[in-house]
Design a protein around this ligand. Structure first.
Ligand SMILES: Cc1cc2nc3c(=O)[nH]c(=O)nc-3n(C[C@H](O)[C@H](O)[C@H](O)COP(=O)(O)OP(=O)(O)OC[C@H]3O[C@@H](n4cnc5c(N)ncnc54)[C@H](O)[C@@H]3O)c2cc1C
Length: 405
């Protein structure tokens, strides 16, 4: 049986994350959204969180416990990293989701380095986060012609002496411009499909690697989303994740996809944090404006809406926790991770829209967080795999599964 009672450590993470969300993130949220940036002082102040809540950042090679989102599961050593990640992510996103995405640390680049990297690579690339200051990793898979169709990436890599030369363009990369290093997926030959994929860690300053435009977005405006350009970028061969050997037995594409099994529940939890914030705002509004002063029929409709949305929110959280628990247990969780992501993104979008409805014109004011949450939430059904793609992943798995009772 699955037991979701929180361990003392999980309880502490939840409480501390909530405290930070309430006292630091909420008060600055609207202003940072309007300025399309989060002040470095705030990020430095938060850098003590550095993955601790959301990524389980420190692998064994750099003195940590080896736990972490994307770490190769080990059934003898039960991990809590994925459950801690979803608990921390929900609370911090309740405060401000852009800040959560901008927290210093390896970000979405962490899981592939953990799961595909050699011990030497893990040591080299994670040690940067031990240094003072703001340090970031990033994950670059998406291209102008390959978003959902990740198997169709066109960024090329070819070996030249002790280097790989990378040529192509990546787009919509979270923290791409500020990253110390980026995990970049490229292909030796597009005709080989998934078997041709390779993953590299490309470090800032690599000759031939530059940052293009920074996107202006509808939501999550304070989170940096960048275009990356590779013009025969010279990447040392020792930055090929896992080394040549890794790609003989496996496919680079599998590595890229496995990353999502650990990050999708966390991204789902971020969406839930925003939705919970919107739901609470709607509840408080109903309480303050209707409960005592309006005729019952109108209030009853709104109360029923709140009840229904709360049910959806709780159901989405349970899917999310199940997927995270399975990852911690070392159980294959692709289907469950996609279920959590697909359901949470949909539910969260709906709850944020209902919150705007319930607040009426008040909810459309740009001075109101509800308006911001409504803009922020849309992307959750797009990044880390769109809703349609999650449903394809789920349906493929359930059609392949043996019959069960
Ligand atoms: C804020 C933000 C941050 C991001 N951060 C990163 C990042 O850090 N790293 C990174 O690599 N990428 C990142 N992305 C990119 C994101 O992962 C892609 O946008 C996403 O995968 C969708 O790809 P696309 O935008 O090209 O849409 P498309 O793939 O072109 O899809 C367009 C529409 O077609 C549908 N569709 C596509 N194929 C199918 C199909 N086979 N069946 C049914 N429907 C289909 C989609 O569901 C969607 O509705 C980010 C995006 C945003 C907006």
């Amino acid at each position: 049986m699955i037991d979701f009672s929180l361990s003392p450590q999980q309880q502490i993470v939840r409480e501390v994350a909530h405290q930070i969300a309430q006292t630091v993130l909420r008060p600055g949220s609207l202003q940072w959204d309007q300025q399309h940036r989060i002040p470095d002082e705030v990020l430095l102040q938060l850098s003590m969180l550095r993955g601790g809540f959301t990524q389980g950042e420190v692998p064994e090679e750099v003195g940590g416990e080896g736990e972490g989102v994307g770490a190769v599961p080990d059934r003898r050593h039960r991990s809590q990293a994925n459950r801690i990640a979803v608990l921390g992510a929900e609370e911090l996103a309740w405060g401000d989701a852009s800040v959560l995405l901008s927290l210093p640390g390896p970000g979405l680049g962490g899981p592939p380095v953990r799961s595909m990297g050699t011990p030497e690579q893990r040591r080299r690339f994670f040690s940067v986060f031990q240094q003072p200051g703001l340090h970031y990793g990033a994950y670059a898979l998406t291209e102008p012609g390959a978003g959902s169709d990740v198997a169709g990436i066109q960024t090329r890599c070819r070996k030249q002496g002790r280097y790989y030369l990378l040529s192509g363009r990546k787009c919509y990369i979270t923290n791409g411009a500020r990253a110390d290093w980026v995990v970049v997926f490229a292909t030796v030959d597009p005709a080989l499909g998934r078997a041709g994929h390779r993953a590299f860690v490309v470090e800032r300053g690599t000759p031939g690697f530059s940052v293009g435009k920074i996107e202006r977005k509808m939501g999550l405006r304070a989170s940096e989303t960048a275009e990356l350009i590779f013009e025969e970028a010279r990447v040392p061969e020792e930055n090929l994740l896992g080394g040549e050997e890794y790609y003989r037995g496996k496919e680079g594409f599998v590595g890229a996809m496995q990353t999502f099994d650990s990050t999708r529940p966390m991204v789902a939890a971020v969406g839930l944090g925003i939705a919970r914030a919107a739901w609470e705002a709607a509840r408080d509004f109903v309480r303050d404006h209707y409960l005592l002063s309006r005729p019952l029929p109108r209030y009853a409709q709104l109360a029923a809406q709140l009840a229904q949305d709360r049910r959806l929110l709780d159901a989405a959280r349970l899917l999310c926790w199940r997927a995270a628990w399975m990852a911690d247990e070392g159980l294959p969780n692709s289907k469950e991770a996609s279920m959590a992501k697909a359901y949470a993104a949909r539910v969260a979008l709906r709850i944020c829209a209902h919150a705007v409805d319930i607040l009426g014109a008040h909810g459309l004011q740009t001075s109101q967080l509800v308006e911001k949450w409504y803009r922020d939430i849309k992307v959750f059904d797009i990044f880390e795999g769109t809703g349609q793609i999650q449903r394809i992943v789920i349906s493929r798995r359930i059609l392949r599964e043996p019959p069960s009772f």
